[in-house]
Design a protein around this ligand. Structure first.
Ligand SMILES: Cc1ncc(COP(=O)(O)O)c(C=O)c1O
Length: 435
């Protein structure tokens, strides 16, 4: 059979060198860290009343810069987005048995956050094109116990935020945004992360900009901001001096950011547009290069939205191509294209949900509810994750135009070689091998 000289079948790969790792840390970050080290003060926080309660000069400057960037009234730094999500669940007053609607298609922290306060995650299905919560699916699972909708702007594309905010407001619910992956995502004239009552950004190493580990919560609600500050920093010690009447969920933790991280974050934030634009350019190049290929659908960008491409995600139609996603991915990997078949299984597949065990031995908080998490709960997620989606996460790599062109060439080569690849199909997919 003639066709391209596929690397998986012994041919020469398109990319002969590994892609260089993504590097956003430069001289500005280095200088900022050295200045903090020279100061000797690596954290300015005190967990007791006084000026140190809100952190040191770098933390305060970083939060101020974040407020300006996102045009929000309050920014509260934390040591990770996971911490920020948990703190937000506490701040909005989640109590045992309250339901929080979440997507099953996300990193696990999204669905874990409510559980720390006894909240019950309730999964709603997603939209198949941009992978955000489907507002109609959300509306169907609202009950008198629902307290909040926790939406994720997955892969860098905003979910239907304005619509979800209207839905939340109609039912008297909080809309909280997990904006870990979309630092400059936009829906219309609004930044992703700022449409809900509060949002949280991640600053872990894998994100467009990072502080190693870190996170930032944003809100326009002064009450929520104060509660976040208390939960971040041993709130129980502060409630008397600050004269806080409602003590609910103010059992505080240490979720504080160091001066070192904040100094790096300040320098990174100054370059967030440049880093994000570079990622968007590389992914636009890839999308254009595969637009005419049958059976592959490049990422969809909803009109009026800005997609930040934390991941470049392609829908793969196994049946029209007559090839399994896994075999296609193996062939791409052999060409030097670092690709992944699928993102994460639906979160309700985690043992924690399957077995109904989270906190303590009695199955708290699941023992407060009749909710169960059977397979088939969210068919769109299951179909996409198990069959359709291939994913290239550009975050770990530095992509210039030449490297983007090489990646595009690899995908076109493998697509042209599909007839040759059919012979490699695993025996358990006869319907594809005979296509
Ligand atoms: C959607 C989403 N939410 C939450 C998190 C948790 O972020 P962090 O590692 O900063 O805690 C991540 C991390 O990748 C994420 O992708």
């Amino acid at each position: 059979m003639t066709g391209p000289d596929l690397a998986l079948l012994g041919g020469r790969p398109v990319l002969t060198e590994p892609l260089p790792p993504y590097q956003s840390i430069g001289p500005a970050e280095r200088a900022a860290v050295l200045a903090v080290l020279d100061s000797g003060c690596l954290s300015g926080f005190f967990g007791s009343p006084g000026p140190g309660f809100l952190g040191g000069p770098q933390v305060r400057a970083f939060e101020a810069a974040w407020r300006r960037q996102y045009d929000v009234a309050h920014a509260v730094s934390v040591n990770s987005a996971t911490s920020g999500l948990i703190a937000l669940m506490g701040a909005i007053g989640i109590s045992p048995g309250d339901e929080v609607i979440v997507p099953p298609y996300s990193m696990s922290a999204t669905a874990m956050a409510p559980i720390f306060y006894g909240g019950i995650p309730v999964f709603a299905d997603i939209e198949p094109e941009t992978f955000g919560l489907d507002p109609q699916a959300v509306a169907k699972v609202i009950t008198p116990r629902t307290k909040a909708i926790l939406v994720v702007n997955l892969f860098g594309h905003p979910a239907r935020l304005a619509e979800l905010r209207r839905l939340a407001d109609t039912h008297g619910l909080y809309l909280i945004e997990d904006n870990a992956q979309a630092p400059l995502g936009r829906e219309g004239d609004r930044w992703a992360g700022t449409v809900g009552h509060a949002g949280v950004f991640s600053l872990n190493y894998h994100k467009h900009i990072h502080t190693g580990e870190g996170g930032m919560c944003v809100t326009d609600d002064a009450h929520l901001a104060e509660r976040l500050q208390l939960i971040r920093n041993h709130g129980e010690n502060l409630v008397d001096p600050l004269d806080i009447p409602d003590l609910t969920n103010l059992v505080g933790m240490n979720l504080r950011m160091t001066e070192l991280s904040a100094a790096v974050g300040l320098a990174q934030l100054a370059h967030v547009e440049r880093h994000t634009t570079a990622r968007e350019r590389a992914c636009a190049h890839l999308s254009a290069a595969i637009a005419d290929l049958d059976g592959l659908t490049p990422p969809h960008v909803r009109p009026g939205c800005r997609h930040n491409y934390y991941c470049w995600v392609v829908l793969f139609d196994e049946h029209s191509l007559g090839l399994s996603r896994d075999t296609f991915c193996r062939a791409l990997a052999a060409e030097g294209f670092p690709v992944r078949a699928g993102y994460l299984p639906p979160l309700y597949d985690l043992p924690l949900f399957r077995q109904g065990v989270a906190i303590g031995k009695d199955g708290f908080p699941f023992n407060l509810t009749q909710r169960r998490y059977p397979p088939g709960l969210c068919p769109t997620v299951e179909n996409i994750e198990h069959r359709q989606l291939i994913l290239f996460a550009p975050c770990p790599y530095d992509l210039d135009d030449d490297r983007s062109a090489a990646l595009a060439a690899a995908i076109r080569k493998v697509h042209a070689g599909i007839p040759q690849l059919r012979g490699l199909e695993p025996q358990d997919r006869p319907e594809l091998a005979n296509a």
